[in-house]
Structure formats: C-alpha cells, structure tokens
Ligand binder design. Structure first.
Ligand code: FPP
Ligand code: MG
Ligand code: MG
Length: 437
C-alpha cells in the first residue's frame, strides 16, 4: 500500500529516477569542447517542469502493473540499455571504446550482449531492472531522450521567438548568441538520436524521429507574417509543394491538409472560424502534443503492451499534450513574465492568434483583419486584449482545455489497471489545468 503522502505528489513515486535524470542526461551530452558543453548544459541547470520525463516514468510504472500474460505483444526485453561510451573523453578514438571490458559498440551492432564480468555468462535478464518501480532501463533512457529533444527545441524556439528569458534567467540565445544556441540544439538532437538508436527498437526510433519532424512542422505552421504565410504562399501552394508527403501523415486520423492563410480567411465567418480552429489544433498537436504522445506510445511499446493499450497510451499523451498547450496559450494572457520566468503577452507581439483570440474573433468578426495582419498596426494588440476580456476568450479556452483533460483521464482509465502510478498520472493530468507556469 502506497502512503497517502506519496499519492499527493506525483513526483515522489519516481523520485529516484527524476533525481538522476539531469546527471544521466549530462553524461550523454558531453563533448570535447568546453563552451559547447556550457551551452548544451545551460537549460538543464535551471529547474524546468520536466513534465515529459515525469509522464514517461509514471506511465512506465503504471504499465508495469499490467500482468505479464497480458503483455505478449513482443518479448519483453529486460536487458539494460547498452552503456554509452564515455563521450567526454577525447581523443575521438575513445568514442569507440566501451567502459565494459572487451566490449565495444560493434558487439551491440551484432546483437551480442555484455557478459557478466563475474560469471562470464550473459547478464541476468533482470539486470538494471528496478523491481520496486517496475520501470525498465530503456524506459528510463526514453525519459532522458525526450527531455533532451524538448530542451533542443527550446533553444531553437527562443531564437525564433526572439525571447530574452527562460526558466527565470537569460535565454540561451541572449546568454550565448543565436549561433551557439542553434548549434547546441542541433548537438543535443544529434546525441538524442544516438541514444534512441541504442534502444534497439525500430518502432520507437521511428516514432521519436517523427516527433522531431512534427516539432518543425508545427513551428512552420506557426510562422506568421513571413514569406511563408504571405509572399511565398503561391509558391508553396503550387503543384510541387502539394505533392510532397507530410511526415505528420503517419499518425492515424491525421491526414489533415494544412489550409494556407487565404483559405483560412475566406468563406463565411463560421467557416473561417472552423478552419482556423482546425489549423490551430493541428499546429498544437504537432508542436507540443506529438512529442508527448509519441513518447507515451514508446513507453507502452517498450513495456510490451498489447496494441489497444499502446493506442490508448498514445491518445492519452495526445489529449494531455493539447491540454498542456491550451493552458500555455492561456497563461500568456493571464500571468506576468516574472511568474512565468519567460516573456508574457508574447503571442500577440509575435502576431500569433491562439485560442483566446480565436474565441473572441468568433464573437466579434471585426477582429479578422487584425488577426490576418498579425496585430501589426498601432492599437491592434490593445483592441484584441479588450476583445479577449469582453468575450471571455481565456475562460472559453479553459473549458476547451477541460475537455481535453477529461479525454486524457478517460484514456488513462481505459489503458491501465488501478495503481499508485495511475493515480499519480491522474493527479498530474489535473494539475496541468491549475498550473501557473
Ligand atoms: C515552445 O513553444 C516551443 C515548442 C513547443 C516547439 C519548438 C520547436 C522548434 C523550434 C522546432 C525545432 C525543433 C527541434 C527539435 C530542434 P512556445 O514558443 O509557444 O512556448 P514558450 O512560451 O515556452 O516559448
Ligand atoms: Mg517561445
Ligand atoms: Mg515559439
């Protein structure tokens, strides 16, 4: 029986894993260049919310409560994640040395597992597997990988958004320059990719790789008042572009054709609202929910869960991820920069119409031209803020976030047996609606 105190704090169930997360990540991202190390490690030094790894770890623990007989999807691989080479030690030849004696990445490539140094036999199957938490080493590594990818995207995002603060201090682009922030993000992605491939699970490699592509697609959909949305729209809407496959297509039910700016501002008012909401939610899925949902799906795959459970874990992550971003877009209107630890009111400044604005536009059609020109004329931002207050854009966004929260809770109860970890996940899902940063 888990003490009640533990249930009140979702983190406590996986505190061992969460406490070693940053240290483990740093061991995966060491390089021979001290300045690169400083930039790459910069966002890991400040305390982030770490929602994504927390989700992966709690979900993994909850999945472990599914009886083994019901996990026949694949043979469950309890073996440890192959140790990573000691990256931080140069010269480069050392990259190919494995800390375990007589063992190199070549052995891993050929599917040979490390030998137990004492018995000279294969490692016991449960080696590295924490029986108390039920979390597999590969799932722990997945949590680290997801945080690395998220951090890489934040380094890039702050360059794109011209942000000057993150996690209560200077953002990477300001502390180190745009160039270094971009390169450090790329480096983190590179190392994350190395770690994904070491999970030796092609399905998980494909999922996580796709989520990286989705992040970029989401950011592209969000580019406003730039060549993409205006001048180049004819070029991009031309036949060449139409024939290109979208990497978002692999998600079942996501064969959504992205409408361009003129399509979104055509037709009757209610049609425009509908298309704009569709566009906004699809963008939200790509930029935020995709990484979360695909990592939840990956955790289930690594647990050897059966297809329906894998699917429900994916839906849980998707609904929770959309809820998370809706709240983020709400907080941009309601919380000060000081409390957020990053710029507030940034979306209107960037020309972005998020849910609170779309709801206000629904009530006041005259906001349309302001949205289309990205709030670029004097007084546009003030007028939009008044409309958001008058038509309760924030409250309506909160209700929409509630809907997604409810769907996520339903997915959880369908996917997982009752357990302390499932309760913690429910608590975490609910806390997303009340978060202030
Ligand atoms: C934060 O959104 C940003 C994201 C959720 C994704 C950013 C993705 C990219 C920049 C694409 C490149 C991706 C990789 C993997 C390098 P926000 O700006 O709305 O939130 P904020 O208020 O926290 O800045
Ligand atoms: Mg940003
Ligand atoms: Mg952004």
């Amino acid at each position: 029986v888990t003490p009640k105190a533990l249930l009140n704090n979702p983190v406590s169930l996986v505190s061992n894993e969460m406490n070693t997360l940053a240290k483990n990540i740093l061991s995966l991202v060491g390089s021979g260049h001290p300045v690169l190390n400083r930039v790459t490690g910069y966002y890991f030094e400040a305390e982030g919310k770490k929602v994504r790894p927390l989700l992966v770890l709690l979900l993994s623990r909850a999945l472990s409560k599914i009886p083994i007989e019901e996990r026949n999807r694949i043979k469950i691989d309890f073996s440890d994640v192959p140790e990573d080479p000691v990256y931080s030690k140069l010269p480069h030849s050392l990259l190919f040395e494995h800390p375990a004696k007589n063992f190199s990445p070549l052995h891993i490539l050929h599917g040979i597992k490390p030998l137990n140094p004492l018995t000279k036999g294969p490692e016991p199957l449960t080696e590295g597997f924490d029986k108390d938490s039920g979390i597999l080493p590969k799932q722990r590594r997945l949590a680290e990988i997801v945080e690395m990818i998220h951090t890489a995207s934040l380094l890039h995002d702050d360059v794109i958004d011209h942000s000057d603060t993150r996690r209560g201090r200077l953002s990477g682009n300001i502390a180190f320059t745009n160039k270094m922030a971009v390169l450090a993000g790329d480096f983190l992605l590179g190392r994350a990719t190395v770690s994904i491939s070491r999970l030796r699970n092609p399905e998980v490699v494909e999922l996580i790789s796709n989520s990286i592509a989705n992040l970029v697609e989401g950011e592209f959909m969000q580019l406003k008042n730039t060549a993409i949305d205006n001048d180049l729209s004819q070029v991009l809407d031309g036949s060449n572009y139409k024939n290109l496959p979208s990497s978002s297509m692999e998600v079942p039910g996501h064969d959504f054709k992205v409408p361009n700016s003129s399509e979104r501002h055509a037709g009757s008012h209610s049609q425009m609202i509908e298309t704009s909401f569709e566009y906004y939610l699809h963008k939200t899925y790509l930029k935020t929910a995709s990484l979360i949902s695909k990592s939840c799906r990956s955790a289930a795959i690594l647990a050897g869960a059966q297809d329906p459970v894998v699917e429900m874990c994916y839906n849980f992550g998707k609904n929770l991820g959309i809820c998370f971003q809706l709240v983020d877009d709400m907080l941009d209107f309601t919380v000060s920069a000081k409390d957020l630890g990053k710029p507030a009111g940034a979306d209107l400044q960037l020309g972005l119409a998020t849910a609170p604005v779309l709801y206000s536009w629904k009530a006041d059609p005259s906001l349309g031209p302001l949205i289309q020109r990205g709030f670029s004329q004097p007084g546009d931002i003030e007028r939009t803020l008044e409309a958001v207050a008058k038509y309760e854009g924030v409250e309506k966004t909160r209700e929409l976030a509630h809907d997604y929260r409810d769907r996520a809770l339903k997915n959880l109860r369908e996917a997982l047996p009752d357990s302390d970890a499932r309760s913690a996940l429910e608590l975490l899902t609910n806390s997303i609606l009340t978060r202030r940063k």
